[in-house]
Design a protein around this ligand. Sequence first.
Ligand code: 5AD
Ligand code: SF4
Length: 441
Amino acid sequence: MRRYHVTTFGCQMNAHDSERIKGMLEELGLGEAPSQADADVLVFNTCTIREKPDTKFAAHLGHAVAQKRAKPDTVIAVGGCYAEAQRERLFTLYPDVDVAFGPGSIAHLGEWLGAGGAGVSRGRFGVDERSFAGELPMHRERSFQAWVQISMGCNSKCAYCIVPAVRGRESSRRPGEIVAEVTRLAADGVREITLLGQNVNSWGRDLLPDVKTEFGELLRACDAIPGIDRIRFTSPHPKDFRAPVIAAMAECDAVCEHAHLPLQSGSSRILKLMRRTYTRERYLGLVDELRAAIPDLALTTDIIVGFPGESEHDFEHTLEVVEEVGFDGAFTFVYSPRAGTEAAAMADQVPEEVKRDRIERLIDRVQRLAHERNRARVGGVEEVLVEGPSRTDHAFLRGRTRRNTTVNYAGSALPGELVDVRIDDATSTTLRGVQAVAVAA
Ligand code: 5AD
Ligand code: SF4
């Protein structure tokens, strides 16, 4: 049997696409290889957003090419956002690549790889042949958790972001299809779903006038599906976070008390240059509304430092907002120009050493606040969805709270079970505790 190996870079959307890629390959009769060295079909699902893909991907590809030299029937396939962004140049840059595919064109993988991976036709396809990953076979990493894609593409024009160029205009999946998929997943034993979209809060707008709906309605529909205990979603754009969604979050039992709300910058001047279309005040207003409606809400965010033109004063505004909100966690990014985006052409790029200094100060602040927020949980009991043994110490189990904090705890339960854990210690990113039943016993 020919075997495949998939290497994934980047975001959750990519990780989800990889599950579909694996499902497609298995449908073609390939088995999963334990490592790249054992595989005949090597797939790289690349990213351009969060990392410098050129260097990282090139390093990985080096091994693949050596493997292909030794075993010429090895197939190298490159997918994801980097493949799409480089669509004109990919085969010139990397002559050993056999197949290239953009996000959303995973459905066509079979045509290119041929049944069983034989008869590979060299070529590529991209954004214009998109289809929803949800309609493809899937290889899920965990039996009780699933990602569900609700839209693809993005209609925003954030000046730093390559996503609109590589993933195209926003296109929403129909509510009936999403509900049918979640119902199937629930019947399959899935208890936690994460609804995925570049901007989940604008979901449904492009379905007008055919279908009139909005994201809050989708949350309610998923909440009504028996067996689904936890609903998460990522990411909402602050500009589109409206009252019906907040009300649905507050009223639906399964919707978790967590919002990942990308801030990007705390300076209204920089937010304007970024084309985020909200101000610092509006963001803070939204945080107040969310917290008033959903007590005990966890808030996490994305922040970029060193956007072109960002002054020390602008950066201090970011620190102030971070302090004022008190995020439970944040992904922090050093601004990195992406060819073809508006910001890459802006004058006033910030020097590397200034960016470094700012990100260190930001991370310090984020960690201190997250640690405080986590320490406040000590002494309480949290509902934990068990994921398996702890990564660092196998004597402990690992799981996540509804607020999406990782917990390492002493106890006994199977992956996929919900247990109560008494929290007795905290770091800036994790909690530690003891299973509550074990305490009572
Ligand atoms: N440079 C740095 N960070 C970026 N992000 C997106 N594009 C860039 C870029 N060019 C960050 C944003 C976004 C997250 C997924 O990645 O914070 O929310
Ligand atoms: Fe990129 Fe902005 Fe769209 Fe997010 S909302 S994918 S940051 S353009």
